[in-house]
Write a protein that binds this ligand. Structure first.
Ligand code: CO8
Length: 258
């Protein structure tokens, strides 16, 4: 793996972990960190030996947003043409499930990064927010679109328009996070979820993730059409035969990801 300065990566079996590591800036997303994060994530996504990716930060911060100091003097064209943060489209198109393991602050771009993931596990110390309004801007990594889809228009409007943060318990109640766990077991829990996903049939997992994404982006009729095709296609895989035979034979399936 290439040398990195703002992230650390690790693979254990079929699970890859990316740890954001800019402790001096609460993991603020500067151009170097974003480049390294996207490069690492896309490399893991292209590796069929990896079945799930965990993205995490430190105990104090998942990420406190885009790097304000780096952005401060940029202009319209800088931002519109991609600014310091190009490449997210590739991240959003990844097929491998991504689990955000969030402790501490997940603010602005940090909250938006978590929302780009498929599953958000929150430590009881997690704090989510879109405080961009305090800086004279608005969310720019999808927060104004994904937050209302996750927690509803009125709660999202309060957060985006006032900059108020919400704690882990409120985030779980609101549907922003999959589950809250004690801070000291966050990574173990995230790895357990990742290992469970990575033990399944890769083609089935890819298709299920894609169907869930279609559900976020399309009307029900279109989503149902997609699901019908994807479901039928699953019956062309060897893993479908193996999974169903293993059930009938009362044994664990041995998926070959074919
Ligand atoms: N950017 C740069 N540096 C940061 C950031 C940040 N987002 N957050 C924290 N830091 C730095 C601080 O400046 C400080 O550095 P130093 O020690 O050199 O002064 C260090 O991290 C520690 O921070 P604090 O001393 O402030 O720590 P506290 O515990 O007192 O406060 C907070 C923690 C509440 C999280 C506070 O740091 C804070 O409010 N941070 C900013 C949060 C924020 O506004 N985030 C949104 C940023 S804008 C954004 O994300 C837009 C994304 C859209 C991009 C679209 C591109 C296309």
């Amino acid at each position: 793996m290439t040398e990195t300065t703002c992230i650390q990566t690790e693979t254990r079996g079929r699970v890859a972990t990316i740890t954001l590591h800019r402790p001096e800036a609460l993991n603020a997303l500067n151009s170097v960190l974003v480049r390294e994060l996207i490069d690492a994530a896309l490399a893991f996504d292209a590796d069929p030996g990896i079945g799930a990716i965990v993205i995490t930060g430190s105990a104090k911060a998942f990420a406190a947003g885009a790097d304000i100091k780096e952005m401060a003097e940029l202009g319209y064209s800088d931002m519109y043409l991609g600014g310091p943060f190009p490449g997210w489209a590739g991240f959003e198109r990844m097929r491998t499930p991504v689990i955000a393991a969030v402790a501490g602050f997940a603010l602005g771009g940090g909250c938006e990064l978590a929302m780009m993931c498929d599953i958000i596990l929150a430590a009881d110390t997690a704090k989510f927010g879109q405080p961009e309004i305090n800086l004279g801007i608005l969310p720019g990594f999808g927060g104004s679109q994904r937050l209302p889809r996750a927690i509803g228009k009125y709660k999202a409007a309060e957060m985006v328009l006032t900059g108020r943060m919400m704690g882990a318990e409120e985030a779980e109640r609101s549907g922003l996070v999959s589950r809250v766990v004690p801070a000291d077991s966050l990574l173990d829990e995230a790895h357990a979820v990742a290992e469970t996903i990575a033990s399944k049939s890769l083609p089935a997992v890819y298709a299920a993730k894609e169907a869930l994404q279609v559900a976020q982006e399309s009307p029900l009729s279109e989503g149902l059409r997609f699901e019908r095709q994807a479901f039928a296609a699953a019956f062309a895989t060897e893993d479908q035969k193996e999974g169903m035979r293993a059930f009938a034979e009362k044994r664990d399936p041995e998926f070959t990801h074919r």
